[in-house]
Design a protein around this ligand. Structure first.
Ligand SMILES: Nc1ncnc2c1ncn2[C@@H]1O[C@H](COP(=O)(O)OP(=O)(O)OP(=O)(O)O)[C@@H](O)[C@H]1O
Ligand SMILES: [Mg+2]
Length: 433
């Protein structure tokens, strides 16, 4: 049995979209860590990096992370390389490095720079020296050929030297611990966490408040489909047709449809952020020369070369968030020769994401099957993560478990809060993956 000698534990929810840290002390409660300064947005730190060339710094490349990365990017978009959603490539054997100006960064090199800036902006609040660190991880990583062992090696290198000891815990178990602190009676809870990159589920038996252990995990499941995928559905419908998707090109004496592969990276934030490299731009240049409608390909090249990925992300996110509360919303994006204005009904969006929602439901079934339980065995459902605010997601659980069993809250912060609480448990090894 391992105890927390330092008495201080830091829960770190390194998310695809947002990162949140929380601190707990000596078996007590946990508090979120805030970020200081003008760019701060409370305790939520965007999981983004911005690089730019600066002769004055060592290596000639300066960088920032979180809200500070966004501010640097907005200051001079063309001179920036804005990288977001890079957690999505953690388990990908296809990802070797990101090319940023003339440098290459492996996953852990991006991660270390991100952590270094995150720690700096948290000031004295995030003193990792001697602390136990509890880092969340998805149950199933994003990506078609996700390799969890590779993700583990990369996380180990990213977090080397961070705190006195590092433990990895399934993200929904963090949320379960946070939710358990609101419960007063023994309860079987299904936690469903919908983030940017993954949707993760855990079924947990929560005992009465005095009991040790307080929570016993019964099963977990997950799928690499979440907010970023919903964004890509919006990009596929509203943007890609204007960039040549579905268009034609000449190949010798034939006229063929442009292969969809040219567009798949564009609608994936983690990959769009890395498309501004010589090889990709050369390929697009060749496609442009053979395309029947070269102007469409010009627009795609312009969005990449003018580093407009973040602006597009922002427009898509605004549409998606508005559709969570309204029946209808407008989409507006200008730049790179594009000027898009479209009205979208919530029902349209729900149709676009229906295949994704079906795969998410299958993962919920898997969590129940792995626990050997039927829906009736679940006393409470705890919905968390930013994408749980989408009505079609909530509807899955209302339909299966009934509205009165659903609890929600701390959409962006519950996991970090619970991970910090787990850091106080004497049997941390049993929680770790
Ligand atoms: N009101 C809303 N309606 C719909 N989606 C939303 C809303 N608010 C936030 N989101 C989405 O939630 C996602 C971010 O949620 P969250 O911070 O929980 O993810 P994350 O923890 O960074 O990702 P992951 O857990 O997958 O690594 C983004 O895709 C964002 O667009
Ligand atoms: Mg998350």
């Amino acid at each position: 049995m391992q105890t927390n000698a330092a008495g201080r534990a830091i829960g770190l929810d390194f998310g695809t979209t947002n990162t949140v840290a929380a601190l707990s002390r000596d078996g007590g409660s946990a508090e979120l860590i805030g970020f200081e300064g003008a760019q701060a947005s409370g305790s939520v730190f965007r999981s983004a990096l911005c690089f730019w060339q600066d002769e004055g710094v060592r290596g000639g490349l300066a960088y920032e992370a979180g809200p500070w990365a966004i501010a640097e990017y907005l200051d001079y978009p063309q001179g920036s390389r804005f990288i977001q959603s890079f957690k999505s490539v953690a388990a990908s054997p296809l990802f070797e490095h990101a090319s940023v100006f003339d440098k290459r960064f492996r996953f852990e090199e991006l991660g270390q720079r991100f952590l270094e800036r995150l720690t700096g902006h948290a000031g004295s609040g995030l003193d990792t020296d001697g602390a136990r660190i509890v880092v969340g991880r998805p149950v199933d990583y994003a990506g078609a050929r996700a390799d969890p062992a590779l993700a583990r090696e990369r996380y180990d290198r990213m977090f080397a030297g961070f705190g006195a000891e590092v433990h990895y815990v399934y993200e929904p178990l963090g949320a379960a611990f946070s939710f358990a602190s609101r419960l007063t009676e023994p309860t079987t809870v299904l936690v469903a966490d919908f983030g940017g990159g993954t949707s993760d589920f855990s079924i947990v038996r929560v005992a009465e408040p005095e009991a040790r252990p307080r929570c016993v995990p019964l099963s977990s499941s997950g799928v690499g489909i979440a907010g970023d995928r919903f964004d890509s559905r919006i990009v596929e419908r509203l943007v890609l047709p204007l960039l040549g998707k579905g268009g034609l090109y000449r190949s010798f004496d034939k006229i063929l449809e442009i292969p969809a592969g040219y567009f798949s990276d564009f609608s994936d934030w983690s990959k769009l952020a890395l498309m501004r490299n010589r090889r990709t731009l050369d390929e697009l240049g060749k496609l442009r020369r053979s395309a029947v409608e070269p102007h469409a390909i010009d627009r795609m090249i312009a969005v990449i070369e003018n580093e407009l990925g973040y602006a597009l992300y922002d427009a898509v996110g605004q549409l998606k968030r508005t559709l969570s509360s309204e029946d209808r919303a407008s989409f507006r994006f200008t730049g790179g020769g594009l000027d898009i204005e479209a009205e979208v009904n919530r029902a349209d969006f729900e149709g676009w994401i229906a295949p994704d929602v079906a795969r998410i439901e299958a993962a919920v079934d898997q969590a129940l099957a792995r626990a050997g339980m039927a829906a009736l065995g679940i006393d409470r459902v705890f919905l968390t993560g930013g994408s749980s605010l989408i009505p079609a997601i909530r509807a899955i659980f209302a339909r299966r478990f009934g509205e009165d069993r659903i609890g929600a809250g701390g959409e962006l912060t519950s996991i970090a809060h619970g991970l910090a609480l787990i850091g106080q448990s004497e049997d941390i090894a049993e929680w770790a993956v």
